[in-house]
Write a protein that binds this ligand. Structure first.
Ligand code: PMV
Length: 321
């Protein structure tokens, strides 16, 4: 009664920011993402009759109380589905620093969902796994299916899940993450989501998104990289405009993030077609075509503020290992 799963994190091209239903994590809008081959979580779940409560270790350390509570809540859902009262030992590790804008909760809850359902001998479809992962962390539902993914917002819990638009091999584009900060964010994205309505720009953002989603799907279909990158950048700034104008304001990026963004503008002037996006953290995700990667890496390596570089191809989603 032990299972382990590997889940890739994902970067949103069209962001999820704000929920229609807080408890069920039903988003205010649909979103589109790419899984990240080198940013992943590996999670094992071992059930035992000898355990009196769940045990959770994250990156070899005992989970902090808030993390423990959230993970146990997720295990409770799975226990209820399996009609079991067995406790679990959960061990999870990430290939990247958590809480810094590479969605650790996405890969973490996706891997936990698959590993735990397997350990409890539930054989769920990809759609059901995506729905279940969503209940742990919204963006986790997008890490279940492989490749380029759409999370359809849906009308209720059963219709809000993610599915593959194109497999990882569809398009040879990369997400190069320039890691400029590794400290944990002060305000979690869960808290941030709940206050989106306090921004005067939120309703306008939501009203404009259906057209933006149509446009980005077209860019993906025709592999129009310029269109794709332009939408990705506009969308990141649009989400951050909402974050900045929430009460309290959320400033997830820092001066290093802005320096890298300036550097990307310079790259474009030199003919390197690269675009940025940012999530709820300071690290900058650089979306580029694979042949441009060596030049971009060289430029980033010359920047003192860049602590690490993580190169990701379109990733596989969540798999049993
Ligand atoms: O699933 P959460 O609560 O970690 O939401 C994350 C939302 C963003 O990363 C900021 C955007 C996105 O769509 O991934």
């Amino acid at each position: 009664m032990k299972a382990a799963a590997k889940a890739t994190s994902n970067i949103a091209f069209i962001k999820y920011w704000g929920k229609k239903d807080e408890a069920l994590r039903i988003p205010a809008n649909s979103s589109i993402s790419m899984n990240l081959s080198n940013a992943y979580s590996i999670t094992s779940v071992e059930l035992s009759k000898n355990l009196k409560k769940d045990q959770v270790y994250l990156n070899s350390k005992k989970a902090e109380e808030d993390e423990y509570t959230r993970i146990v809540k997720h295990l409770d859902l799975i226990r209820a589905l399996a009609k079991s009262n067995l406790f679990a030992k959960v061990k999870s590790r990430n290939s990247f620093p958590k809480g810094t804008g590479i969605a650790s909760s996405a890969s973490g809850f996706a891997a936990l969902t698959l590993a735990a359902t397997k350990a409890f001998k539930l054989n769920l479809s990809q759609k059901k796994l995506s729905i279940l992962a969503r209940l742990g962390s919204g963006s986790a539902c997008r890490s279940i299916p492989p490749g380029f993914v759409e999370w359809v917002k849906g009308a209720d819990s059963k219709t809000s899940y993610a599915k593959t638009l194109y497999p990882p091999s569809y398009w040879d584009i990369l997400d190069i993450v320039a890691i400029v900060g590794e400290s944990k964010k002060e305000i979690s994205s869960t808290k941030g989501h709940s206050l989106t309505g306090t921004s005067p720009f939120f309703n306008k953002r939501i009203a404009d998104l259906p057209q933006k989603i149509k446009d980005i799907k077209k860019a993906l279909k025709f592999k129009d990289f310029t269109k794709l990158g332009t939408i990705i950048e506009e969308e990141a700034l649009n989400m951050h405009a909402v974050m900045l104008t929430q009460r309290p304001p959320l400033i997830y990026f820092n001066s290093s993030s802005l320096s890298i963004i300036r550097e990307i503008y310079e790259m474009r002037k030199k003919g390197i077609e690269a675009y940025f996006t940012l999530d709820a953290g300071p690290n900058v995700h650089i979306i580029c075509k694979a042949p441009d990667a060596p030049k971009i890496k060289k430029i980033l390596k010359n920047q003192k503020i860049v602590k690490k570089i993580l190169v990701n191809k379109p990733g596989n989603g969540t798999e049993i290992i």
